[in-house]
Design a binder for this molecule. Structure first.
Ligand SMILES: Cc1cc2nc3c(=O)[nH]c(=O)nc-3n(C[C@H](O)[C@H](O)[C@H](O)COP(=O)(O)OP(=O)(O)OC[C@H]3O[C@@H](n4cnc5c(N)ncnc54)[C@H](O)[C@@H]3O)c2cc1C
Length: 493
């Protein structure tokens, strides 16, 4: 049986997944139908939750360059939200999608991923032993055996359609135009997003200097046919219709239209075929959540799929991908639809906006919405042993970026996850250890930390806290749930 994973699609989701699989030593091939990277800036906002997971692999410097702009604010339906106090200058970075793909491709390739550009997945068959993938490459059609196939092939996913997985939801009811433009030398460009009677308009600096994204949404304007190319003129006219003012820019580097189609895959898995990213969920691009959700899907799936391929996955591990990530995809669909309901039609929703504007001033409401749109509020429901009582407040959350005091000195918690393995952090001398799981889990002993109120924490390779306990039986339960049975040789590495 093949031990290979084939991923269709070298977008952000497919590339991060490929790298995570390679980190665990899995033979991984990415098929990408385009012969060259598209170079489009599409997904522009890298939110704090994505930055946190990239930090767990030591990758943030690849994304944050001296040119990177920091988004000054986040919004929900154009209600501006306050960020937490503290040194969170990396809360949301403006990283054009081509740069994200470039950085992820670099990492995936360094780890040994084979990326085949100009190779389109055209079909597949699967049985209980594996998948046979049909590919149309530059030298003609061929077949590729795999243990698993992942469709990270975007909103129109061929993999999803061929797997017969439904994609219910709503089609586009309105549309917008976006353009990456270059403004005149010396012109000062600030981040803004403003609501008007017929739509809204956002201006987002892309990189230091003169390049920015202009993006309109119009609720009552008929969308041109897809085969009509988007032009500078269309962008200028759309901006003028929405804002009443003619825009001033020198040239455009990319133009596109987008809609508000909102769909969620019925299943994220069909046998040996899985879906991730836009292949599993699409929605209106408000607040820049699409790319981020795809990255977080990939991070959740990578270590689980690696364990399944390598025959060490406990029962249910691979299915926990859908159980954990589909509710997140659904929530993104719901929150983007809710934001649209706060934008239009203005004459009807103005009273609602007045009240909502007052609500957002309550810190709890502010934080709730901020957590929703940045993904920071994501907490997975984890199984507990029978009679375990109330779950620990840290259970299911992402381990925070804190410094741990160890015998070897101070070390940041995320840096202990760079290898993509499980992690046990012991804060006491209690007899809590990973025994027969040492081949899958690293252990560190640290001084107690005020943010981590537990005798020991078990952290999954994706950074989520799988146990926070002083009870060896509870730790044993979590180790078995997430990492399988202990090795008979004592887990020697
Ligand atoms: C116009 C536009 C503007 C957007 N703006 C934003 C934004 O501001 N912020 C944000 O967060 N998101 C935005 N998005 C959404 C964001 O781009 C997506 O959420 C993100 O690209 C999803 O990544 P992905 O890897 O899942 O899919 P994709 O990036 O779509 O990648 C899928 C890849 O699969 C390849 N592929 C497709 N079929 C096959 C096949 N059969 N065989 C092999 N390869 C195949 C495609 O060529 C593509 O490279 C925007 C999207 C669009 C279209």
């Amino acid at each position: 049986m093949s031990q290979r994973v084939v991923i269709a699609g070298a977008g952000p989701t497919g590339l991060l997944l490929a790298a995570e699989l390679r980190l665990a030593g899995v033979d991984t091939v990415v098929l990408e139908r385009l012969p060259e990277p598209s170079g489009e800036s599409r997904g522009l906002g890298l939110h704090v939750r994505s930055i946190e997971i990239l930090n767990q692999r030591g990758l943030v410097p690849r994304f944050r360059t001296p040119e990177t702009e920091v988004w000054p604010a986040m919004h929900f339906g154009l209600f501006w939200l306050k960020r937490p106090e503290g040194p969170k200058e990396d809360y949301t970075l403006a990283v054009p999608q081509w740069r994200t793909e470039n950085a992820l491709e670099g990492w995936a390739t360094e780890l040994g991923t084979e990326i085949r550009r100009g190779h389109e997945l055209t079909g597949f068959t699967q049985d209980e032993d594996g998948v046979v993938v049909e590919v149309d490459g530059p030298d003609g059609p061929y077949r590729l055996d795999a243990a698993y196939l992942v469709g990270a092939d975007g909103g129109h996913s061929r993999v999803r359609k061929l797997a017969g997985i439904g994609f219910p939801g709503s089609g586009s009811a309105f549309y917008g135009v976006l353009g990456d433009v270059v403004v005149k030398e010396g012109e000062k460009v600030d981040y803004s997003a403003l609501l008007y009677p017929g739509g809204w308009m956002a201006t987002v600096p892309i990189e230091n200097g003169r390049k920015l994204r202009l993006m309109t949404t119009e609720f009552d304007q008929e969308r041109p046919d897809n085969d009509v190319p988007v032009t500078d003129e269309e962008l200028r006219e759309a901006i003028k219709r929405v804002t009443g003012t003619a825009p001033d820019f020198e040239e455009t580097t990319w133009l596109s239209r987008f809609g508000n189609s909102t769909r969620l895959a019925d299943e994220y898995r069909s046998g040996r075929v899985l879906l991730a990213g836009d292949a599993a969920h699409v929605h209106y691009p408000i607040g820049g959540q699409g790319l981020n959700t795809g990255l977080q899907d990939a991070f959740n799936l990578g270590w689980k799929l690696a364990a399944a391929v390598q025959g060490r996955a406990p029962e249910g591990l691979l299915d926990s991908y859908e159980a954990e990530r589909r509710p997140v995809g659904r929530r993104v669909c719901v929150n983007t639809q809710a934001q649209v309901s706060l934008l239009y039609p203005l004459e009807k929703i103005t009273p609602l906006r007045e009240i909502f504007g007052e609500l957002v001033k309550f810190p709890e409401v502010n934080d709730f919405l901020l957590n929703l749109v940045t993904g920071v509020g994501t907490r997975y429901e984890f199984p507990l042993p029978e009679g375990a009582g109330e779950p620990h407040p840290l259970l299911g959350l992402l381990a925070p970026d804190v410094e741990l005091a160890t015998a070897e000195g101070s070390v940041s918690l995320p840096s202990l996850l760079h290898a993509g393995r499980g992690l046990l952090i012991r804060f006491t001398d209690a007899p809590l250890d990973t025994g027969g799981w040492n081949d899958r889990i690293d252990t560190v002993t640290a001084a107690p930390h005020p943010e981590l109120d537990a005798a020991a924490l078990l952290v999954r390779p994706d950074g989520h806290i799988a146990a926070a306990t002083d009870d060896p039986d509870a730790l044993h339960h979590a180790l078995t749930t997430w990492f399988g049975t202990p090795s008979t040789d004592g887990g020697a590495r």
